[in-house]
Design a protein around this ligand. Sequence first.
Ligand code: AMP
Length: 435
Amino acid sequence: MSFSNLGLSEPLQRAVAAWHYEVPTPIQAEAIPVILKGGDVWASAQTGSGKTAAFALPLVQKLAAARRPDGRFVSALILVPTRELATQVVEAVRRYARYLPQPLKTLVAVGGLSINPQMMALGGGADLLVATPGRLLDLIDHNALSLAEVSVLVLDEADRLLDLGFKAELDRIVGLLPKRRQSLLFSATFPPEVQALAAALLRAPVRIEAPVTEEAAPEILQRVIEVDVPRRTQLLRHLIETNPWSGVLVFVATKYATEHVAEKLGRAGIAAAALHGELSQGARTQALADLKTGKVKVLIATDLVARGIDIPKLPVVVNYDLPRSAVDYTHRIGRTGRAGEAGVAISFVSASTHAHFCLIEKLHGLTLEREQIEGFAPHETEAASPLVAPDGGGIKGRRKSKKDKIREVAARSVGEPVPVRIVSPRPGVGRRAGS
Ligand code: AMP
């Protein structure tokens, strides 16, 4: 299979060649011809499968052949859950559109930035708009935009859109779209809520499962290190100082923890930055850019950024706090081992979170070896731990919130093991605990 037999026009093929994409990924091979013919698509695809190009390449080709709407209208709408993903998607679209004879007008509308420039930019319409749902509705309410002429709708990371509580916004947006349109839905997982959304949105969709092929499967070494809760920052520091890692993404449970851990590492002379949803867009973009250029070695992040961020060659992900659900575990560790490169995902497990991690393993059909690192062997017992939840609930040690419960349902709906290849721990990285 090559890009030349998918029906892509010469400018698109040139763009693909300029980006050194030699062969289409499985999802691209299946989705591109269907989308070019105008069919609806229901695709299950992870970040890293090449899903963005799977919808962006044919979309650019269709938009190039269509008339640009004027007034306040847009031809294509891509809905995404986060600002970061919006930026990545629009950058991809612009890359693929680079060799078109007539440029496309592509815009981004996301929260956290002043609305006025986005309103001004929409004047005269646009070929394509990439938006987060809340800001899109704000713009519509300000009369800056009408969805009445949208001919193609893309929902990227539909499961994340619902996880983040955008159901009501999505319903309202869908009600404003024309009935005759092409709809494409991409999601890593298909819990019942996403299935319901797909059923409501799509007409006779072609269902595409991005197969996890040998080449596509990132090689992720999943390590589990036992450590007492108060010693995690020291262990993190020790690991960073004793391993030749060029960049590390550390997941913690709260915004406060991102700042606290980043500050502690900073004091130890390790260039670290916090990344969470309450930072300004500028600060978030800067933190990611600093990691990419190596100015910062460690990013301490909340789950908000677990999906959709394209950080090339990220060698290590650390679960300092465990993810709440099995689905979040998949998304977190998917930040490493991208595009066929080897990666390491390390989870810190303490007495209080041991049972929670066992549940994540069970849901993914995994049994991972426990390691202890010399000098950091745990002493806590479950009863002594400050994080034990009285109701056995979330890992933060409080009662389960509505969101926790939704996440649990989502986690339970994961029937298949995580699409990663498990490789044995390297010798010498630690010894097996206990028995
Ligand atoms: P995505 O799954 O859309 O986040 O894409 C993951 C990464 O794979 C991005 O950095 C893309 O630029 C890259 N990519 C997409 N399609 C291909 C391809 N056919 N060959 C090589 N790399 C690709």
